[in-house]
Design a protein around this ligand. Structure first.
Ligand SMILES: *Cc1c(COP(=O)(O)O)cnc(C)c1O
Length: 232
């Protein structure tokens, strides 16, 4: 059997087990394949293998693979660092921009979406580890950020996303995942225009089961599906 197919089958099995272990239904968790550095053919194999969503990191890579039809059959998300000058390539083309980390960026998304007469779905990226070097909104600034976005007509917040700190061997991300879940529940309890909290995107190859046990509704898995990436 195709290796990518086999990997997806195993990842889905683990997703199901993690969900069931905390009394959740496996269908509550969406599997995003993080497709960076894998070519259009491999992405197509992953789509055929049953991933729910394709998640891309770089705009240029996304455009190339898009033109090759790599993502046909699944929704497409942008999950990488996004510069404002590249927003125009993504708005309306991707179903969800997961990595919105500044007011400047969300304003540009709103501007382009308005021009195109659409509403762009986004997630807010949270810097849950409070790392200076990391992008993302700090939890203490989140409410103010959301209040700003709720005034915009052409973006809709669908939830939160995070990439927790890279930890030393053996350390656990569970405390960060728990904090994310608390924030998510907190914001869900308040009513803002254009803001709904349906998606909590956290967990990667090494920790997606832990993230699911803490409440993730979406996991982003690269290595676990495609094998190790070869940086050249
Ligand atoms: C690459 C990437 C992932 C997946 O990482 P793996 O460790 O390979 O599973 C998830 N999220 C983002 C934002 C990524 O860039």
């Amino acid at each position: 059997m195709n290796e990518i197919f086999e990997n997806i089958k195993q990842v889905k099995q683990k997703i199901a087990e993690a969900a069931i272990s905390v009394g959740r239904a496996p269908e509550e968790v969406t599997l995003v394949a993080a497709t960076k550095m894998n070519d259009a053919d491999r992405v197509k194999q992953a789509v055929a293998g049953g991933i729910d969503v394709a998640g891309e990191n770089r705009v240029q890579e996304l455009m190339d693979k898009y033109d090759k039809g790599a993502y046909e059959g699944v929704p497409l998300h942008f999950i990488g660092t996004l510069q404002t000058n590249k927003v125009k390539y993504l708005v309306g083309k991707v179903d969800l921009i997961q990595s919105v980390d500044s007011l400047k960026l969300v304003k540009e998304i709103s501007r382009v979406a308005a021009k195109r007469g659409i509403c762009q779905d986004i997630l807010i990226e949270i810097n849950i580890g409070g790392e200076e070097s990391k992008s993302g909104i700090s939890p203490s600034d989140l409410e103010e950020f959301i209040e700003e976005i709720s005034k915009m007509n052409n973006v809709r917040v669908r939830g939160l996303m995070t990439i927790p700190p890279i930890l030393s061997v053996g350390a656990k991300n569970e405390p960060y995942f728990r904090k994310m879940k608390e924030l998510f529940v907190d914001i869900s309890g308040k009513k803002y225009d254009n803001i709904s909290m349906d998606i909590l995107s956290m967990g990667m190859s090494s920790d997606f089961e832990e993230a699911i046990r803490c409440g993730a509704t979406m996991v982003r898995v690269g290595t676990g599906i495609f094998g190790a990436r070869h940086y050249s």
